[in-house]
Design a protein around this ligand. Sequence first.
Ligand code: ZN
Length: 105
Amino acid sequence: MVSKYKGATPEQEKLYRQAKWKKFRAMHLKVHNICALCGITERLEVDHITPVSKGGEFWNKNNLWTLCISCHSRKTAVDTGKVRLISVNENGYPLDKEHPWNEEG
Ligand SMILES: [Zn+2]
C-alpha cells in the first residue's frame, strides 16, 4: 500500500490523522495563507520545513510553512532525493564543476 504521506512512517501517519494535527494545521493556514515559495493563495498545504523523517519537530510551529500543492510536491521530491536542486550561472550552465556539462573534452 502506498502511503498518502510521502516519506512518513506509520507512526507519523497516525499523527497526521489526529484531530489535533487538523486543528494545528488549520491554525497555521489561518495566519500563513499564502505559498511561501510562489505566493499563490490557492490549494495550500502545511509542510514541515525540516522533514519529520529527517529529525524535524512535528509539533513545532517554527518548523511549519505553507506551500501550494505544486511547490509542496517539488519540495518533497528534493527532500526524498528524487530531484537535486542545482545552481546555474547567467548562461544557464550549472555552477557545479562536477556537472557533466562542465567537463572538459
Ligand atoms: Zn507555490
